[in-house]
Ligand binder design. Structure first.
Ligand SMILES: Nc1ncnc2c1ncn2[C@@H]1O[C@H](COP(=O)(O)OP(=O)(O)O)[C@@H](O)[C@H]1O
Ligand SMILES: CC(C)(COP(=O)(O)O)[C@@H](O)C(=O)NCCC(=O)O
Length: 308
């Protein structure tokens, strides 16, 4: 392990050392991995066994320890505690690979502990509907802090962590590029919830933040030029796939040439996602408990872990 200097709260673990932790790997077939992956290349099996399996083992250890602590404190207080879900927050830029990593982590936790109910929630469900963003003149700032119903998101995590039996999250569609009216995701009887989104580690002007309710916070990091490339590639893949659907908000981009599509996506990146990364997302990195640093090939090269 590498010390990052006396003032750093993190220790750095090189991939080679990290990959030796927490073996053996639970069985995860290539086909299943392809299903869990996003639009691009499937996540490599080596990436799962070297990076995500040790991560899932570490999370398993921390979840067990948190449960023991909660039970011990409950018996000290003479108040057997009502089990509440363990909340894992996963933040990072648009297109850095959060949804992909979150799906892999959820699946590995399910394989490691089949008795646990593990659910995935994405914060895009808490975006304001397009009509409200248009009214406020901030449609081009989708993903910025003010584009979310922050109070509803805070309420959601507060309810979850205070043991409310059934909590509802609104649902966002990347196809219609809008909130799906009347649809909700039910989170109930969960042992573990992974909450993924650009904003999970952000703080506003309030006194309480989403991260106050997170038991463990992950930040997925990469060079901005790499993330931009992944964003453009995903946009090109969407143009060949989802955008062809007439229901898609971006259907008007379905017939763009490669060059035109890159120009449109670069514009969205430069006007919206890059400034959001610089102003609102990257500054949350030091709040994480664990940072995964990815190289240009999506491989995690280094892990920074907050000292326990
Ligand atoms: N580990 C990985 N290996 C290969 N490709 C990946 C990996 N993680 C993400 N990607 C690709 O990068 C793009 C962005 O990933 P995604 O999970 O959609 O990002 P986010 O949820 O952060 O916006 C997608 O096209 C996805 O297929
Ligand atoms: C809705 C999002 C902010 C969600 O980001 P996520 O947390 O899923 O990475 C993003 O997908 C988005 O739509 N950004 C707006 C600009 C764009 O179309 O890329």
């Amino acid at each position: 392990m590498l010390k990052l200097g006396a003032a750093s709260p993190f220790v750095a673990v090189e991939r080679s050392r990290w990959s030796e932790l927490g073996a053996p790997a639970p069985p995860l077939a290539y086909d299943e991995l392809a299903d869990l992956s996003g639009l691009g290349e499937p996540v490599k099996l080596a990436e799962v066994s070297d990076v995500y399996v040790p991560l899932a083992r570490l999370l398993e250890l921390r979840i067990d320890a948190a449960r023991q602590l909660s039970a011990a404190q409950g018996s000290f207080l003479g108040d057997p505690s009502h089990a509440v879900p363990y909340l894992i927050a996963l933040g990072g830029s648009v297109a850095v690979g959060k949804s992909t990593a979150a799906r892999v982590i959820v699946r590995l936790l399910q394989l490691l502990r089949p008795e646990w109910r593990v659910q995935l929630v994405t914060t895009d469900g808490f975006l304001l509907p397009n009509a409200a963003l248009i009214e406020k003149g901030i449609l081009a700032r989708k993903g910025f802090p003010e584009s979310y119903d922050r109070r509803a998101l805070l309420r959601f995590v507060a309810d979850l962590k205070s043991g409310v039996d059934e909590v509802h999250a609104p649902v966002y569609s990347h196809l219609s590029y809008d909130i799906v009216e009347g649809e909700t995701q039910i989170v109930d009887r969960s042992d573990v919830v992974v909450l993924e989104g650009v904003n999970v580690l952000q703080r506003g002007s309030g006194r309480v933040y989403v991260s106050d309710f997170a038991d463990f916070a992950l930040y997925l990091d990469a060079l901005e030029t790499d993330v931009q490339r992944w964003y453009l590639n995903r946009f090109l893949a969407l143009r060949n796939g989802a955008f062809q659907n007439p229901e898609s908000y971006f259907h008007r981009y379905a017939r763009l040439s490669d060059e035109e599509a890159v120009e449109v996506a670069s514009g969205i990146w430069e006007r919206t996602n890059r400034p959001n990364l610089r102003e609102n997302i990257k500054p949350t990195r030091p709040r994480a408990d664990l940072i995964l640093e990815k190289g240009g090939d999506h491989f995690v090269s280094r892990i920074l872990l907050r000292r326990a």
